[in-house]
Every structure is written in structure tokens, then in C-alpha cells.
Design a protein around this ligand. Sequence first.
Ligand code: NAD
Ligand code: TYD
Length: 342
Amino acid sequence: MGETLLVTGGAGFIGSNFVRLVAGKRRVVVLDKLTYAGNLENLAGADHVFVKGDIAEPGDVRRAFDAAEGPVSVVHFAAETHVDRSIEDGFPFLRTNVLGTQVLLDVARERGALRFLHVSTDEVYGPLAPGVFAAEDARLCPTNPYSASKAGSDHLALAAHRTHGLPVIVTRGSNNYGPYQFPEKFVPLLIANARDGKPLPIYGDGLYERDWIHVTDHCEGILAALERGRPGEIYNLAGSCHRKNLDVARFILKALGKPESLLRHVQDRPGHDRRYGPDPAKAARELQWKPRAKFEQALAETIRWYDENGEWLDRVRSGEYMGYYERHYGDRLRSPAPPHTR
Ligand code: NAD
Ligand code: TYD
């Protein structure tokens, strides 16, 4: 089975999908702090060793390496990930995404990790004009505390390669959808609200555009980069599937047989990035990887998954989440957005 994969953030959305993809074929140790976004239920049935701990604590990271018992490659997902929360309070983002990544890099070097795959995002390129695509050497222009902290962690990971020779590979994925995504994010939030007959909050005019990738395609790209990527290199993992938020929202309503009157334009996100557009050419060329999902079909399957897993949705929408929902959406949904903010 080769080396053990130390998967940080393996109890979150993409991490748990990645563990399910490799479990049984690779030995897996998961290191996760189990924040509000981490849930052991996401890993049920996937063979792994679980270590509860914080990537920003060297002792916790060393315990995870000890649990691996042998050569290790790190696949680093753990992060604070929600843009709106980062606007509310940037500090946890800096602590986990920046300091935590540095701690992990240092312990990986100390323990002679074989490879270090740093999972990043297309959001580090910032907003792009229509028709413009960002290749891996494009200027980084993060606009919110989440994307700024991810850009910082990308630089630290690449610096560990240049200065210490740690075999680091960076991937930059586009917006993921699929099962087990925490329902604060756009797709599962809209599905959950539509199921309950509640309004769907659409920021501003809803004409913001994202490149969507199915989580399984993203995980296969991460595995391809781990196995075939060149140390010191960055690979965009793009779904190459651009959709406007309003179109995604309408698709969800139609799939669930709900009326468009549930769409509710609300006060926009400050500094909201209009469009992302990662260029997928390098990953296709060097990793022989391409996303396989067809968006409308895979989104319909995703909607069915949430519809059939209503109990999972109910359990993860815990006290902490309900507090966040009221803080973030309470006033927005009670008062319509002034026209100039749409
Ligand atoms: P998520 O929020 O669903 O999960 C994050 C996981 O990390 C949780 O299990 C959480 O408990 C854990 N975690 C948080 N802080 C930790 C800490 N200090 N120590 C240990 N564990 C900690 O996130 P996700 O959507 O699965 O994203 C995973 C990674 O992929 C992130 O690095 C994110 O930046 C990146 N990414 C996400 C997307 C997307 O669309 N979701 C796109 C591109 C890249
Ligand atoms: P999100 O899932 O937060 O991902 P990101 O901001 O990291 O791309 O949001 C996806 C898009 O959906 C983004 O343009 C913001 C928008 N959005 C809404 O319109 N309403 C919402 O309630 C949320 C959470 C997001």
C-alpha cells in the first residue's frame, strides 16, 4: 500500500470525500480539530486512523505522524474555509490557514515527509474580467481574509520547497459541490432552504460567476497531483464549468419542484468577487487529469443526496450554525436589499 497518507481536515467536506476515495487502497491517518465544519459522521465506513488535533499545535501534528508508523505523505486540507465568516472575524483564518500551515510544514520537514500536497483555491487569483483565465503564474490578488490567508499559505508552502527542499505540490481547486458539504456554502444552503420552503438568499444581483467542480473530480485531481505532480509546482484543478449564481439557484428550485418566488435578493457580500476563472491546461497536460462530471447531471445527483440525507443536514445544522445563520442572514432576509446594492 506504499506510504501512509496523513490527511489534515479529513472530517470536512473535501477531505472526507478524499478519504473515501483512497480508503482501502492507502493507509490513511486523519488529523482534524473537529471545528463546527468537521464531522466524524462524514467518515463513517471509510478505513482510517483518526487523531483529534490542531494543525497549529506542533505536539498534535507529531502525534499524527507517530500514528502513521512509517513513511508519510501529507495531504493538507485543514482550513477555515467560509468567506463570509472570514469577513466577520479574520483571526481564526490566520491562525489555522497561515500559522497552522507553517507548523505542519515544519513538522513534515522534521519527519522527512515524502510529499506535501497543499490544497488551495482559485480564489487566490481574485476576480477576473469576462473571458480572462488565470494560469498558475498569474498575479495573486486575494480580496477577502479567507483568500488572503490561503494565498499566504501557498507562499509559505512554496517557500518550504525553495528554502528547505520539502517536496511541496500546490493545487488550486475551483468551487466544489457534492455530498457532505457544510450547509453554510451556496449549493447546500440553497438546497436545504428550498427543501424547507425557506427563502434562498442571493447576494446582490446574483450574476456572480463561479467555476464549479464536482468534489470527486477535485479529489481525483489532488491524487493525480500527489502521484504525478512535480515538487515546487502549482496545478489549477478547474471544473471548466462556469455558471452564474442565479442559474444555479433556479436549477435547484426546479429540481425540488419549488417556486422561483423563494429567490430573495439580499444585501451583497462586501468586496464580493465577480468571477473566478482558473486555467486548467497545465493539469490536463502534466497530470493527465480532466474532470468527468457533467454539471447539470451531477448537481441533480447532489440535490438528491441532500434530499435523502435530511437527517445529516439536521444534525450538522447545530446550535453554533443556527447562531451564525441568524447573525448573518437574520437582518438580510427580514429587510429587502436596497436596489443600489443589487
Ligand atoms: P471544510 O470547512 O468543509 O472542512 C475543513 C476541515 O478542517 C474541518 O473538518 C475542520 O474541522 C478542519 N480544521 C479546521 N481547522 C483546523 C485546525 N486548526 N486543525 C485541524 N483541523 C482543522 O472545508 P472544505 O470545503 O472541505 O475545504 C478543504 C480545503 O480545500 C481547504 O483548504 C479549502 O481552502 C480548500 N478548497 C475548498 C474549496 C471549496 O469549494 N470548498 C475549493 C478549493 C479549495
Ligand atoms: P460560497 O459557497 O460562499 O463560495 P465562495 O464565495 O468561496 O465562492 O459562495 C458561492 C457564490 O454564491 C458566491 O458568489 C457568493 C454567493 N452566495 C450567495 O449569493 N448567497 C449566499 O447565501 C451564499 C453563502 C453565497
